[in-house]
Write a protein that binds this ligand. Structure first.
Ligand code: ATP
Ligand code: PRP
Ligand code: MG
Length: 282
């Protein structure tokens, strides 16, 4: 059976369970369940802290897992990213009271509080900066006001917590993160069921990010229309009863749909419809 680690709490947990459910897997009923066996799909799910998931997968105790890209890098676990999952996005950044520093180069000799000591130490080393790292478990934004650090390096999503603490972001982003599916580095023979899991998750991501677009267009305009929307592989073109016209079906990115509809209209398309994709295998 494929053994899969799923975040049990925190920012990634709910969305991870949602994407697995959408992909057709059974998930635990209560937050007290530590594991669940999906007999029909031959998969065992283990509910663990996302920070620990990289360790279990890196050591090969579990086959694959969902964690944050930042947590995987922070753990220095022997794990590779298979697939970005499009949720749990965050940026990892420096912040301090205004006027403290403007780039990583200004941090020599400073005390920097973080709960991502691995990522921070790697970044300081890459930039040749010698600073002291203060490891905290959370609520890192309070470290400056409470006097244990001069600067913080933390996850920023909306920036609300930083503003409330009177801190300002400075310097380049240290890291962009999102939830990722990971496997142990160097595993050549993927366990049974892994390819199915990946295909299903990819299918959910496509269904979430794309819509199906149908339109009618004069046949001589088809090249202009496919230049606007080329589809994932190639648009489907079918004859219409009306002479000289064709019906076209093409997948387009959801975020681009309105712009593409305007442009198709401009090149002569009519009866342009978009519909949601419920599920797919590409
Ligand atoms: N607003 C956010 N706060 C913290 N982590 C976030 C946020 N948005 C996305 N993430 C991502 O979620 C992962 C951290 O999840 P984790 O469960 O360890 O911490 P958490 O959500 O802060 O939970 P808790 O603090 O309750 O333990 C990281 O990959 C991080 O980039
Ligand atoms: O930019 P924002 O939208 O404000 O989100 C970022 C904040 O959210 C997280 O804190 P969390 O609530 O997880 O508490 P913690 O610091 O104790 O982990 C993170 O550590 C930041 O503090
Ligand atoms: Mg937190």
């Amino acid at each position: 059976m494929l053994r899969v680690a799923v975040p049990n709490k925190g920012s990634l947990s709910e969305s991870a369970i949602e994407i697995l459910t959408e992909a057709g897997y059974k998930q635990r009923r209560t937050t007290k369940d530590l594991s669940l066996t999906d007999v029909a799909n031959e998969v065992e799910f283990y509910y663990l802290r996302p920070r620990d998931i990289a360790v279990y997968v890196g050591e090969g105790t579990l086959d694959v897992g969902i964690s944050g890209r930042d947590l995987v890098l922070d753990s220095h676990a022997d794990a590779d990213v298979i697939l970005g999952l499009g949720f749990g996005s965050s940026t990892f950044r420096f912040a301090a009271p205004p006027g403290t520093a403007s780039s990583v180069k200004d941090l020599a000799g400073k005390r920097i509080a973080t709960s991502y000591a691995g990522v921070l130490s790697d970044h300081l080393a890459e930039n040749g900066v010698d600073a002291s790292v203060v490891r905290l478990d959370g609520a890192v934004e309070s470290a400056v006001a409470l006097g244990v650090a001069d600067v913080i390096a933390d996850v920023v999503e909306t920036g609300t917590t930083l503003r409330q603490a009177g801190l300002e972001i400075f310097g380049e982003p240290i890291l962009q993160s999102e939830a990722v599916l990971i496997k142990r580095h160097g595993v050549d023979n993927p366990p049974n069921g892994l390819q199915q899991l990946v295909r299903r998750l990819e299918g959910v991501l496509i269904a979430r990010n794309y819509v199906m677009m149908d339109y009618d267009i004069p046949a001589e305009q088809i090249d202009a229309a496919t230049a606007v929307a080329a589809g994932l592989e190639s648009p489907t073109v079918s004859p219409l009863h009306r002479a000289g016209w064709v019906a076209v079906r093409v997948m387009v990115q959801r975020a681009e749909a309105q712009r593409i509809m305007d442009q198709l209209w401009e090149v002569g398309a009519r009866a342009i419809l978009t519909t949601d994709i419920h599920a797919c295998r590409i």
